[in-house]
Ligand binder design. Structure first.
Ligand SMILES: [Zn+2]
Ligand SMILES: [Zn+2]
Length: 276
């Protein structure tokens, strides 16, 4: 197995009680070549709640600056004694447009290899994961999701656009939701990533569901390639060691079928190709 470039540890609020060292042990057992530790940093709640005159709740946690500091420090330390596995220090930054200057500062941290850009939330709503879809008008929310993904794609402070189509992941009966009206904006997102030398992530987290989906799906991965996309990463977005290698072989097959002959990882933000 070549890579898993999106993984969470106990530093993430929703990660299992497993350290970076635990992840390294599992990666070596699996024969993984490259692994990135990318704990959650929701940028719109980077500082403690008091900074925002807000109160912490289950759906709105704060102080993600601490997660960034702790996770990157632990990964950087483990890198010094990690042979046989390329271990990358990074973060999954959510809602990057909330504070672009801060995002740039994190991107420039000399210990950081790879930054994933994610859109998990819209406006004052919680993460898509928490939404009650029976009480929302889905269409305008998804319109806005793709517009926000496009704004994010244009930024200069990340390496990989993570799980594009995340806004669709928790829609009940996703298979009935028509994504084709969004193809023009998705094309624009892809063209922006390509022009700026950024990578697209093929995220396999949704493969655990009864009706399995990758984010984005195969049609979109192929479209990205058709438009000239060269840099593709794959991941399980795992929050527990048991899923570190989950269906990674299938994700590699999908990448090949979409026309990719290599996957990409980032070392200090510089792309490195790994032949498929
Ligand atoms: Zn995410
Ligand atoms: Zn994640």
């Amino acid at each position: 197995m070549l890579m898993n470039l999106h993984t969470h540890t106990y530093h993430s609020y929703d990660g299992a009680a497993e350290t970076v060292a635990d992840r390294i042990r599992t990666a070596k057992l699996l024969g993984l070549q490259v692994m990135a530790i990318t704990d959650h940093v929701e940028l719109n709640r980077y500082y403690p709640a008091a900074h925002y005159h807000a109160e912490e709740s289950e759906q709105f946690l704060y102080d993600f600056g601490k997660t960034f500091a702790d996770s990157v420090a632990e990964t950087a330390k483990e890198q010094q004694s990690c042979s046989g596995l390329t271990l990358l220090a990074g973060a999954e930054i959510g809602q990057m447009t909330a504070d672009v200057e801060l995002a740039r500062k994190l991107y420039r941290d000399p210990r950081v290899d790879i930054i994933l850009a994610s859109v998990h939330e819209m406006h004052d709503l919680p993460d898509f994961y928490f939404l009650d879809y029976s009480k929302i008008d889905i269409k305008p929310l998804i319109d806005e999701y793709f517009e926000e993904a496009l704004r994010t794609a244009a930024l200069d402070c990340f390496d990989v656009m993570a799980h594009l189509t995340y806004g669709l992941r928790y829609i009940p009966h996703r298979e009935e939701f028509d994504i084709t009206p969004y193809y023009p904006v998705i094309d624009e997102i892809f063209r922006t990533l390509i022009a700026n030398g950024k990578a697209l992530e093929l995220n396999g987290s949704g493969l655990k569901k009864a009706i399995p989906y990758t984010d984005p799906d195969f049609t979109l991965i192929r479209r990205y390639r058709e438009l000239g996309g060269q840099y593709l990463t794959i991941s399980t977005d795992t929050h527990e060691g048991a899923f570190l290698g989950y269906r990674l072989d299938e994700l590699e097959d999908m990448a090949r079928a979409a026309g990719f002959t290599a996957l990409t990882y980032y070392r200090r933000h510089e792309p490195v190709l790994l032949p498929l």
